[in-house]
Design a protein around this ligand. Structure first.
Ligand code: UDP
Ligand code: MG
Length: 310
């Protein structure tokens, strides 16, 4: 028997989502069965410490077309998504979060655009009122800063919920980096893109694993993955400070020559030293950030390890 060609692959990372599994499968299957094309659901269990895997296995018993990739530990959402994408066999691939904050009903619209010949269909959140004010503001700031300084523009308020064709997926898999900032990677490869707008729902169950510090690191990773402006800026800042220091130095020398020795100036001296010391440390910090990334990247470790495939 030749295996039936799979048309749609849904890829979903699960991390401690035991409360969501049943509901998720119910919703997704309702939508996909109404679309009437061969599909598969690729679930990645990202080292959950609760009963997510058991719940997924239970679903697999009663429903067809579920594939479960069990990772050996928690690798983070980006790696889990990468794992799922690597195992998706469909012609169109749709990553979606397990919490259903992104409405699965949109999948129909995604597919309509795909049929029209688009290679990428993005889900864009027009209304994020269900996210906290802090999260919305920092997200806004992130997109602004990132898109200012990075040649790869990330579309604002677009998550991982989207449709990509196999051609796009192939391109994504060509990128060899093992620290995968998926939003940026998706944007970097390009292709003919359509945008579908939607309202972001509240998380149905459980809670987000992305807050404050986590998001900050995520943002840093995003910027340093796709831009070298933070490195280059030191050239200009350094030049500016050196030039100012030179001018100020000349001024003091000349003033001393004209008016004689001038001892006071302890305050300005100390301020300058501290200021420059601080500036230098920030510069070193930024360089360190990049060296750190190079170091991690140079180990060539795989982005994820699979424990077992069900
Ligand atoms: N997730 C994951 N590994 C992690 C953290 C999260 O696979 O280490 C999954 C999680 O199960 C969900 C998706 O990534 O399917 C998005 O997570 P979450 O809802 O916590 O993020 P938010 O919507 O707040 O950005
Ligand atoms: Mg969520």
């Amino acid at each position: 028997m030749t295996q039936q060609q799979i048309s749609i692959s849904i890829v979903c990372p699960f991390y401690n989502e035991e409360d969501m599994v049943n509901f998720f499968m119910g919703e997704i299957f309702t939508i996909l069965e109404s679309i009437n094309r061969p599909f598969e659901i690729v679930c990645v269990n990202d080292g959950s410490s609760d009963n997510t895997l058991e719940k997924l296995l239970k679903e697999q018993e009663t429903r067809k077309n579920i594939k479960i990739i069990n990772l050996s530990r928690n690798f983070g959402k980006e790696a889990a998504l990468t794992a799922g994408l690597d195992f998706a066999r469909g012609e169109a691939i749709i990553p979606i979060d397990a919490d259903l904050q992104d409405p699965p009903a949109l999948i129909k619209e995604f597919i309509a655009y795909w049929d029209k010949g688009y290679d990428v269909v993005l889900g864009k959140r027009t209304d994020r009122s269900t996210d906290s004010l802090g999260k919305r503001m920092t997200a806004q700031l992130f997109y602004k800063v990132h898109n200012k300084i990075s040649p790869t523009k990330i579309p604002e308020n677009v998550g991982d919920f989207r449709l990509v064709t196999r051609k796009v997926l192939k391109a994504i898999q060509e990128l060899p980096e093992n620290q995968r900032f998926m939003k940026g990677i998706f944007a970097w490869v390009g292709f003919k893109t359509a945008v579908v707008e939607y309202k972001r729902e509240k998380r149905k169950q459980g809670q987000t694993s992305f807050n404050g510090w986590h998001l900050w690191n995520f943002a840093l990773e995003g910027v340093t993955s796709f831009s070298t402006v933070p490195l280059r800026v030191w050239l200009y800042l350094g030049s500016f400070i050196s030039l100012s220091a030179f001018c100020y130095g000349s001024f003091i020398v000349i003033r001393t020559l004209i008016f004689g020795i001038d001892v006071p100036g302890y305050a300005s001296l100390l301020t300058t030293i501290l200021f420059l010391g601080g500036v230098q440390m920030i510069g070193i910090g930024v360089i360190g950030e990049y060296i750190g990334r190079m170091y991690m990247e140079s180990k060539r470790r795989p982005p994820y390890i699979i424990d077992r495939i069900f």
